[in-house]
Design a binder for this molecule. Sequence first.
Ligand SMILES: [Zn+2]
Length: 405
Amino acid sequence: MHDHRKLGRELDLFDTDPLIGAGLPYWLPDGAVVRHTLEEYIRTAERRAGYRHVYSPVLGKRELYEISGHWSHYSDDMFPPMDLSGEQVVLRPSLCPHHAVIYRSRSHSYRELPLRMAELGGMYRSELSGVLGGLTRVRAIQLNDAHIFCTLDQVAEEVQAALELIRRAYRALGVRPARYRLSLPGPGGKYVAAPEMWQRSTALLAEVLDRFGLPYEAAEGEAAFYGPKIDVQVADSAGRESTLSTVQVDFHQPARFDLHYIGPDGAKHRPVMIHRSIIGSVERAVAHLIEEHGGAFPAWLAPTQLAILPVSEAELPNAEALARRCTGLGLRAEIAGPERGTLGARIREARLVPYQAVIGAREAADDHVALRLRDGRRHDPQSADDVLARIVALVDAHSTGLWDQ
Ligand SMILES: [Zn+2]
């Protein structure tokens, strides 16, 4: 596997500048394409799974985090508060408190549950400057987050559905989980003290993992301060593990924010809150994808999906016409013309692009292309329309296969 920091710079995906600050990377156009495509995939998958999206601000008053418990359990990782005319405002360390407040802002009937609220939103962590680097140790984070407000009876099914979403996303992204971890509290005051709550939520998560047939390891000291979680671990280029996806069961924040729904009996009941993230932070997910694929992203994610290679100047008009057809179909194509060197050199330069369409005089005359796949396979000249239709179908299906599903 590759180091995403080195490759990210070489491939013009992202970079940092001391003037912006350590741990605050910016995304170059090709990196932004990958990120945007990934975010769209997640949003669509969530919509189809019954989630509704919200937006909430990256700032909140200090009181918000005092209520959630972040202030007393998590403040070491938070930026210092800003004083705004006597009011203390904090860069948020998580999205949960905002979502709890959004839930609380309207009354809810049991008929609306499970209520699935999702957001790809910014959050901030005051990492020490010594450990910052690349996309994995950053101070500004875009989190793929969601909170499911549901009854106790609905928890197991919702946790299982979240694991299924994660499994499907990993298949599309070509990501292999290193292992599943059941993260439990450890000794010390970092965790909310409510033994009965911890037992209940731990039992629920373990039950789902067993029912799902997933082998997992329990790890003490890795839980969130408010509850246990299932972590999906991946390994980086150096073999170090990190958490990409998580599913957590939380009885704590619904109580702290006094959340409720109206039950069939007409009385108020307390919902359970499930926190879940399919790909974790967008930064960490893209870092992992760069390392996992060495920059050769699945075709649907690739910054350039098709390199169009006219053999000589004479085929340039055909190349341009093909590029326009690609744009019309939603494919990202780029022409690498003869001014960029010999055909062999241009093919080598485009080695990370999933598809290369070579157009010589014969192909130009028939509206054909000679297609090469990134993995070295070569096809006889065939109709450009057929080739584009096949690529569009594979991209739409989020396939990791270049020619077969
Ligand atoms: Zn949360």
